[in-house]
Every structure is written in structure tokens, then in C-alpha cells.
Design a protein around this ligand. Structure first.
Ligand SMILES: [Zn+2]
Length: 245
């Protein structure tokens, strides 16, 4: 029987992953008195050899690699009806090219330890993944945006998986709009981060979510990529997929 302890309370989206982990390890029995060790499954004795690696690689079937998904995601970003600056920010975000504290440090920019933390939660190094997905405050933003969309599902921890999951919250015909919602949220999170970092603006989840809706409304009116008969007030207060579209 496994008794797993977590260092902190799990976020809603992590609970699903924790359950998957328990499903995997529940079939494994730890051997008492024996230390954990790495085993190379491709050889009989459990030790790595280049020959066994070669044979394994050669016999492996081609599969849908992360790289393919990644390039398809980038294409979606450019095809989405949004303003150019939003597309550029999203593209840089997906490619981890935004000047987050982690990326600036990687480029040898000197940033004091205390200034490299996330402005929103002040408890993690500011990485791209943290800033847009893992931060507890950002998690609340995504939960509220999903509530507005009207469909709530677990959110993957990686950026590409997160976008894919979000884009598939509705039917195929809703995909373009949902990607636009995702990009708008990402862009406003980055804008919010910059205003907090450089102008000392306080984090306000309510107004950020409100701005996502307003901007989306404007994009639809400008780019005309979606038919919306609802009034502006209904757009702001109703569930997007269930009540508006
Ligand atoms: Zn944070």
C-alpha cells in the first residue's frame, strides 16, 4: 500500500495527474530492503548498451512526436484572427522566447535572487511555464475563463498541451474562437505581468478576466470570424459555448 505525501496541497488540475500516478504505481510493489535503481529495459541484464539502444530505435514505429504537435500549434497561432502583437507574444511564449527572469538569466543578465520570483505569487522562479500555467493565481484565471467558456476540464502542465486541451473544450466549429480566447488570455497575462513588474500595478484577477471578454468581443467585431447575435451584456455574463454560440 502506497502512502504518498505532497509538499503542498495539490491544485485542482494536479489532482487528476496524481490520481494517474497512483494508478500506475499501485500495480508495483516496492521490495523492502533493496535500494531503487535505474534499469535499462531494452537489455536482458538491465544494463545499457549502445547495441540494444540501436536495435530498439530501429524497431520503433514512427509516432506523432512532440515536435509535430509543436509546429502545428505554431501554425494555429499565426492563423488565429487576433492582433499582430498578440500573435507575436503568443509565438514567443510557445517557443519560450519571452524575457522572463529565467530566460534573462540564461542570457547572462544579472538578476538578484529576490527579483527573479514570480510577481503574482512570490513563491516561484519566474519561468514561462510558471508565469502562464503553474502559478496559483494564473490557475484561478484559467478556471474562471473556463467557467465563462462553460466547459471545465483538467489543464495539462505544458504550454502546448494546455493550448491543445483548451482548443478542444468545445466542438470543432468552436476551435478558432477558443484558440483566440487562449491567446487573448496569454497576452493579457503577459501585459499584466509587465505592468506589475515595471509600474507596480496590483494583480486583479477579476478585471483581467473581464478584459479578456471585452477584447474578444472587439476581435469578433473587427475580424468577423464568428457569428454572435448576443448583446454585449449577455456576452459578458453568459456561458460562451452553452448560451452564446
Ligand atoms: Zn506565481
Amino acid at each position: 500500500m502506497w502512502r504518498v505525501k505532497w509538499r503542498r496541497e495539490l491544485l485542482e488540475r494536479e489532482k487528476e495527474a496524481a490520481k494517474d500516478l497512483m494508478d500506475v504505481i499501485s500495480t508495483l510493489l516496492p521490495i523492502a530492503g533493496k535500494e531503487d535503481a535505474w534499469i535499462w529495459k531494452a537489455s536482458k541484464n538491465g544494463e545499457f548498451s549502445t547495441k540494444s539502444a540501436y536495435v530498439t530505435a530501429k524497431s520503433a514505429k514512427p509516432q506523432n512526436t512532440g515536435l509535430k504537435t509543436f509546429s502545428e500549434t505554431l501554425k494555429k497561432v499565426w492563423k488565429t484572427p487576433a492582433t499582430h502583437k498578440v500573435k507575436v507574444t503568443t509565438w514567443r511564449m510557445v517557443r519560450n522566447k519571452l524575457p522572463t527572469c529565467e530566460n534573462l538569466r540564461r542570457r547572462n543578465v544579472q538578476i538578484a535572487e529576490v527579483e527573479a520570483w514570480c510577481n503574482a505569487c512570490c513563491s516561484n522562479l519566474e519561468t514561462c511555464n510558471h508565469l502562464f500555467i503553474e502559478c496559483p493565481k494564473v490557475d484561478v484565471v484559467w478556471s474562471r475563463i473556463q467557467q465563462w467558456v462553460g466547459v471545465s476540464r483538467p489543464r495539462p502542465n505544458d504550454i502546448v498541451g494546455h493550448l491543445e486541451a483548451f482548443a478542444n473544450l468545445g466542438q470543432k466549429k468552436h476551435k478558432k474562437l477558443l484558440i483566440a480566447v487562449w491567446m487573448c488570455t496569454v497576452w493579457l497575462l503577459w501585459k499584466n505581468r509587465n505592468e506589475s513588474q515595471f509600474e507596480g500595478k496590483q494583480w486583479d484577477i477579476q478585471s483581467l478576466c473581464c478584459e479578456v471578454k471585452v477584447r474578444l468581443w472587439c476581435w469578433i467585431k473587427i475580424f468577423k470570424f464568428c457569428n454572435v447575435d448576443a448583446s454585449f451584456s449577455s456576452w459578458m455574463s453568459s456561458r460562451l459555448i452553452a448560451d452564446v454560440l
